[in-house]
Design a protein around this ligand. Structure first.
Ligand SMILES: Cc1cc2nc3c(=O)[nH]c(=O)nc-3n(C[C@H](O)[C@H](O)[C@H](O)COP(=O)(O)OP(=O)(O)OC[C@H]3O[C@@H](n4cnc5c(N)ncnc54)[C@H](O)[C@@H]3O)c2cc1C
Length: 743
C-alpha cells in the first residue's frame, strides 16, 4: 500500500497535473517496487537490473523532461522532480535518477546521443570525484585515469565523465565532459554505502576517444542539474523519515504515554518537518525554472545546500525516534539513511553549495519571487487606479481616512471593513499601491483585535470600533498575558464579576504593548471560576481611560518601555462591551492569536536585515574567510527557502483563481513563522560577528546591530514562543498527541 499524498509525504508540486503524476508514480512504485523488491536488491550478491525496468522505460519516465522532438515526453524538470520525489520515498532500486539526469542533460546539449538512453540503456553521470586525464590529439583524445564513486555506475551502459586535458588540474571544475560506452571502460562495482543502488569505479587506460564524444556542457551545468535531481530524491527520502518517525511517535507508549507527547521527541519531529519543508520549497523552486534561466544556478545551489542535508538529518532523527528498532537491519530506516549518506557525499555536501550560493549572490544574482497574475487580474486594476488618482488629489493627511473608509487597509476583511477581496485582488491592490508609493497606515494591535470583532462582535460594536480604528482615531492594546498566564493563556485569573449593567474586572495584566497610548484594550477575564479553564473565560472591550486602571511602564532589555503592567481594580465594563458569548472568550482569543501569528510571520525573509549583512561583509573590504562565507551562504539559502515558502503560501491561497484546482492550505505558513523568527535572530547575530568588536560600543553602527539583536529576542517570545510553535507544528501538521497537561 502506498502512502497517501498528504502530511509529510505530500509532494512538492502544487500543480494538479503533477499531483496526478505523483499519484500515478506512488501507485506504480507501490506495486512494482514494494519494500520486498528493495530488500531483494539490498541482499543481492551483485546489483541486477530491477524487473520493473522495461515497464519504467515504457512509461517514458527516463525522458520525462526531454522534448518530444528528441523522443521524450515533452515535460519539464518539475515533472521529473515529481517522480523523483516518489522514487526517494520508495527508496527504489535501479539507476533511474542517473539515467533521467543524463537524458535531461543530453536533451539540451547533445540530443544526437539521446535515443539509446530513452530506450532504456542505463546512463550515469560521474560527479562523485576526480576526472580522467586527457591528451589531446585533435580529432581524438587519449584518456587515462579513474573516476569514483559513480552513483548508479554498476549497471550503467553510458557514462558522462569529466575529463581534464593534460596537466591542467585534477579537478573536474574546468573539465570537459565525454559520453563513453561501458565497453570502452573498465567498470568495477564497489561495495556501496547504499547497496540498493550501487556505486562503481570507472577506469580508462590510454583509451582513444573521438572528440565528437565531447558533450558541450559546463561542469556547473552538470552539477546544478544533478543537485536538483538529487535534492528531489532526497526530499522523498526525508519525507519517508519524517512521516515514519511521526507515526511511530504517535503509537509507541513509554511511561504510560505515547512518546510523541515528550517534547524532546515532539520537537525533534517538528524540526525534522521544518528541514524537510525547507528542502521541499527549495527543490520545487529550482524545478519550476528552466535550467537555461539565468536564475537557475542560484535556485539549484539552494536546493544543493538544503536537499541532501535534510535527508541525512531526517534519517538520523528517524532512527533516534525509533529507538532500538530503528537500529535493526530489518527496519527500513537504515535504507533511507544509506541513500541520504550517498547523496550527501556525492554532490550534496552543503559546504560547497553554500559557498556557491554566496558567490552567486555576490555576483549580483537574486531570485525574483513574483506570481504571474492571470489576465483576470486586470479587471481589478481600474478601480484600484481610480482610488490612487483620488488619493493623489486630496491632502496626504486625509489619506488614512480614504483608505480606511474604502476598505483598502485590510482588503481581505469582509465589506464594509475590508473589500472581501480575493487573493488575486489583494495582490493587485498591493502591487498598485506599492507602485504609486502609497503606504497603508500600520494599525498595530488593531490588526489583531479587529478580526476578533468582525468574527465575534455585535453589529453595534463593529460600527462603534472598526471604522474609527482603521482611521487610527482609536488605538488598542491586548490585555491577555498575566503574571501566571503566558503560554498557558487559558490560566488567566483576572476576575470579572456580574454587577448592575455590566461586569467589574479586577486583576493584573502584564507585557501589554502600547498600553499607555491605547484608548481601548481587548481583555480576557474569568467569568466562571468553576468551569474548566478554557470554558470560564469571557472577552471584554475595556476603555483604558476607565477609573480603576493603573498602567506602569516596564523597561525592556532594549532600554525602551513599549510594554507595561496593567492593574485593573473593579473596572466597570458595560454589557455592550462583552465580545461574543459570556464564557465563550476562548474562541475570541484564538481568533486574535491566530491573526497575531499570521501577521508576525509574514515579513520578508530575504529582507533588509540580510541585505545589510551582505553590505557589511562588502564594507569590511577583504574577502570573507571560508567560515564566514559558509555562514553567509547558509543564511542566504535559508532566506531563499523562506521566500519560496511565502510564495507557496500565496499560490495555495490563489490556486482556484489561477485556474488550478484548489490545493488547500499547506504547512508552509506555520513552519515559516518558526524558521523565519529564528532566521531573523541569526541574521542579526551574524551582522554583529562581522562588525566585530565595534558591536559592543553602543553607538553608531554598533548600536544599530546590537539594538537589532536585543530587539529580535522578542520575536521568539511574543505572539507564541518558538517552543509553543514547535508544539503546534508537531501536533497540527504531524498529528502528534497533545500534552494533556498543556491543553
Ligand atoms: C515584546 C513583547 C511584547 C508583548 N506584547 C504583549 C501584549 O501586547 N499583550 C499580551 O497579552 N502579551 C504580550 N506579550 C506576552 C507574550 O505573549 C508572552 O510573553 C508569551 O506568550 C510567553 O509567555 P510568558 O512570557 O509568560 O512565558 P512562559 O509561558 O512562562 O514561558 C517561559 C518559557 O517556557 C517555555 N514554555 C512554556 N510553556 C511551554 C510548553 N508547553 N512547552 C514547551 N515550552 C514551554 C516557553 O517557550 C518559554 O521559553 C509580549 C511579550 C513580549 C516579549
Amino acid at each position: 500500500m502506498s502512502a497517501p499524498l498528504s502530511g509529510a509525504t505530500a509532494p512538492s508540486t502544487l500543480n494538479p497535473d503533477r499531483l496526478e503524476l505523483a499519484r500515478v508514480a506512488r501507485r506504480w512504485l507501490g506495486a512494482s517496487s514494494p519494500i520486498s523488491v528493495v530488500r531483494q536488491a539490498l541482499e543481492s550478491e551483485t546489483e541486477v537490473m530491477p524487473e520493473f525496468w522495461p515497464e519504467l522505460v515504457e512509461l517514458g519516465w527516463i525522458g520525462l523532461s526531454v522534448s518530444e522532438e528528441h523522443g521524450g515526453q515533452g515535460g519539464t524538470l518539475a515533472d521529473l522532480v515529481t517522480v523523483l520525489e516518489e522514487w526517494g520515498l520508495a527508496v527504489a532500486p535501479g539507476p533511474f535518477p542517473g539515467s533521467a539526469l543524463l537524458a535531461t542533460l543530453l536533451d539540451v546539449h547533445a540530443p544526437e546521443f539521446l535515443a539509446p538512453i530513452i530506450a532504456g540503456a542505463v546512463g550515469a553521470v560521474a560527479f562523485g570525484g576526480g576526472a580522467l586525464q586527457a591528451v589531446d590529439h585533435g580529432s581524438t583524445v587519449l584518456l587515462t585515469g579513474e573516476v569514483k564513486p559513480v552513483d548508479g555506475g554498476s549497471l550503467a551502459e553510458w557514462f558522462l565523465l569529466p575529463v581534464v586535458v593534460e596537466q591542467a588540474t585534477e579537478s573536474e571544475a574546468d573539465a570537459d565532459w565525454y559520453l563513453i560506452h561501458r565497453d570502452e571502460l573498465l567498470v568495477t562495482p564497489l561495495r556501496s554505502a547504499d547497496p540498493v543502488r550501487r556505486l562503481a569505479a570507472v577506469t580508462a587506460h590510454n583509451l582513444s576517444v573521438s572528440s565528437d564524444r565531447r558533450i558541450p556542457v559546463q561542469t556547473h551545468q552538470v552539477r546544478d542539474l544533478a543537485a536538483v535531481v538529487q535534492a528531489a530524491e532526497c526530499v522523498g527520502v526525508a519525507a519517508w523519515c519524517v512521516s515514519t518517525a511521526a507515526e511511530y511517535a504517535k503509537n509507541r507508549v513509554q511511561f504510560d504515554r505515547p512518546i510523541g507527547q515528550f517534547q524532546a521527541v515532539k520537537h525533534r519531529c517538528a524540526d525534522a518537518l521544518c528541514r524537510l519543508e525547507e528542502a521541499r520549497a527549495a527543490t520545487w523552486d529550482a524545478a519550476e525554472l528552466d535550467p537555461s534561466d539565468e536564475q537557475f544556478p542560484l535556485a539549484a545551489a539552494v536546493a544543493g545546500a538544503l536537499g541532501a542535508t535534510a535527508a541525512f538529518e531526517c534519517a538520523k532523527d528517524a532512527i533516534q525516534i525509533l529507538g532500538g528498532i530503528g537500529y535493526t537491519w530489518e527496519y527500513d530506516a537504515h535504507l533511507y539513511l544509506r541513500r541520504a549518506t550517498v547523496a550527501r557525499h556525492l554532490n550534496g555536501d552543503p559546504v560547497p553549495w553554500r559557498r556557491r550560493v554566496w558567490q552567486l549572490v555576490q555576483s549580483g544574482l537574486r531570485r525574483s519571487m513574483a506570481v504571474d497574475l492571470p489576465a483576470s487580474a486586470e479587471s481589478f486594476r481600474p478601480e484600484v487606479r481610480s482610488l490612487i488618482t483620488q488619493l493623489q488629489q486630496v491632502d496626504r493627511e486625509h489619506w488614512n481616512r480614504e483608505l480606511a473608509d474604502g476598505g483598502w487597509i485590510a482588503p481581505h476583511w469582509p465589506t464594509p471593513w475590508g473589500r472581501s477581496a480575493s487573493g488575486l485582488e489583494q495582490l493587485v491592490i498591493d502591487e498598485e499601491l506599492r507602485e504609486a508609493g502609497i503606504r497603508r497606515p500600520h494599525i498595530q494591535i488593531a490588526g489583531w483585535v479587529l478580526p476578533t470583532l468582525i468574527a465575534h462582535g455585535t453589529s453595534a460594536q463593529q460600527e462603534r470600533f472598526i471604522r474609527a480604528s482603521l482611521r487610527l482615531d482609536l488605538r488598542w492594546c491586548q490585555l491577555f498575558s498575566e503574571p501566571e498566564a503566558g503560554s498557558d493563556l487559558a490560566s488567566v485569573t483576572t476576575r470579572a464579576e456580574r454587577v448592575e449593567g455590566g461586569w467589574s474586572l479586577t486583576g493584573q495584566k502584564v507585557w501589554t504593548t502600547l498600553a499607555t497610548e491605547a484608548d481601548w484594550g481587548i481583555c480576557l477575564a474569568r467569568t466562571d471560576p468553576t468551569a474548566p479553564k478554557h470554558e470560564g473565560i469571557t472577552c471584554f472591550l475595556v476603555d483604558m481611560r476607565n477609573p480603576g486602571i493603573e498602567i506602569r511602564p516596564l523597561r525592556e532589555l532594549t532600554g525602551f518601555a513599549m510594554f507595561n503592567e496593567v492593574f485593573l481594580d473593579q473596572v466597570l465594563v458595560p454589557d455592550d462591551c462583552v465580545v461574543g458569548d459570556v464564557n465563550g472568550g476562548w474562541s475570541c482569543a484564538r481568533t486574535t492569536l491566530e491573526n497575531e501569528r499570521v501577521s508576525m510571520g509574514s515579513g520578508s525573509s530575504f529582507g533588509p536585515g540580510l541585505e545589510s549583512v551582505l553590505d557589511l561583509s562588502h564594507r569590511t573590504g577583504s574577502t570573507p574567510d571560508a567560515r564566514v562565507v559558509d555562514v553567509l551562504g547558509g543564511l542566504l539559502a535559508s532566506a531563499q527557502a523562506l521566500s519560496v515558502m511565502g510564495l507557496r503560501t500565496t499560490l495555495r491561497a490563489l490556486s482556484s483563481e489561477l485556474g488550478m484546482a484548489a490545493v488547500g492550505p499547506g504547512p508552509e505558513a506555520s513552519i515559516r513563522k518558526l524558521l523565519g523568527v529564528e532566521h531573523e535572530q541569526r541574521v542579526q547575530e551574524v551582522g554583529m560577528e562581522l562588525l566585530g568588536s565595534a558591536t559592543v560600543i553602543d553607538e553608531s553602527e554598533g548600536a544599530v546591530w546590537f539594538g537589532g539583536f536585543l530587539g529580535n529576542r522578542a520575536l521568539s517570545i511574543a505572539g507564541g514562543t518558538s517552543e509553543i510553535q514547535r508544539n503546534v507544528i508537531a501536533e497540527r501538521l504531524l498529528g502528534l498527541p497533545r500534552d494533556e497537561l498543556s491543553t
